[in-house]
Design a protein around this ligand. Structure first.
Ligand SMILES: N[C@@H](CCC(=O)N[C@@H](CS)C(=O)NCC(=O)O)C(=O)O
Length: 265
């Protein structure tokens, strides 16, 4: 199948990274439309017509909007199977889907993890109005409550503790799996690996790197993903250096508190 592809995405978004990796692995050219999450591009009425959930990414293929990052990845696999990221056999395909479903659950903790550690300091320093603006920028009451807690209470919040546990459990599960398998689902690079990469990378960008270093198989997996030709066009080319520097600096500052939480758990 061919046809024009347009990706609406945000450079640092985990879900966008996931889809960009699949596009790059498959060597698919696409038109890039950046949605600026910081200025509310996800709420632009024209964008909401494509993605009624007010989130990135959205893939438009021949005029049809495809939403939900993992389903976009599966769609790309169905529409462009020539370079395969899914195994042939049903049992192996199921193994991939177990990972992608699992990673989707971890995603539900990603915003709290990120905002409690990364941008919190900057937003809080701007005062209560900045907190309100940031909370209001989230679509939906549940997300707004979580954002408020992340900004007001930071790593001391129960929600952050839950997010941290979810990310650590993911790393442990990966470390265990990678003892006996080259990649997450089996010995081939699949959608399981493209799905997990953004969340391991996010930990690194938040200076929670010791969690990765303590798990040698995960560290080696991360290095192998980063060495793939897809990594540059999908990840490196979209990194925003001042943003990563800010996340890393704030992460370094709160790391002792996070390490203490882990020790006390
Ligand atoms: N289940 C959705 C989740 C998408 C999602 O959470 N996207 C985030 C970025 S990773 C977003 O657009 N957030 C909007 C915001 O920050 O206001 C998917 O997988 O596509």
């Amino acid at each position: 199948m061919t046809g024009a592809l347009t990706l609406y995405h945000a450079p640092p978004s985990t879900c966008s990274q996931k889809v960009r990796l699949v596009l790059a692995e498959k060597g698919l050219a696409y038109q890039s439309q950046i949605v600026d999450l910081f200025s509310g591009g996800q709420h632009d009425p024209e964008y909401v017509k494509l993605n009624p959930n007010h989130v990135v990414p959205t893939l438009v293929h021949d005029g049809r909007a495809i939403i939900e990052s993992m389903l976009i990845c599966e769609y790309l696999e169905d529409a462009f199977p020539e370079i395969a990221l899914m195994p042939q056999h049903a049992v192996d395909r199921h193994a991939v889907r177990l990972w992608t479903q699992y990673v989707d659950r971890v995603h539900s903790h990603a915003a709290v993890l990120t905002f409690a550690v990364g941008p919190r300091k900057m937003i809080v320093a701007q005062g209560p109005a900045a907190i309100e603006t940031n909370v209001a920028s989230v679509h939906g009451k549940k997300g707004q409550t979580a954002r408020r807690i992340a900004l007001e209470q930071g790593v001391a919040s129960l929600l952050f503790g839950e997010a941290l546990s979810a990310f650590i459990a993911m790393l442990d599960r990966m470390e265990d799996r990678l003892q006996s398998s080259l990649w997450l689902a089996n010995d081939s690079f699949t959608l399981a690996d493209t799905a997990a990469l953004p969340y391991v990378l996010r930990l690194d960008h938040l200076s929670m790197t010791p969690l990765i270093e303590a798990r040698p198989k995960v560290a080696d997996w991360l290095a192998r993903v980063a060495a793939r030709p897809s990594y540059g066009p999908a990840i490196t080319d979209f990194l925003v250096p001042p943003l990563v520097a800010m996340l890393k600096a704030n992460g370094t500052e709160v790391w002792p508190e996070i390490a203490a939480l882990i020790k006390a758990a």
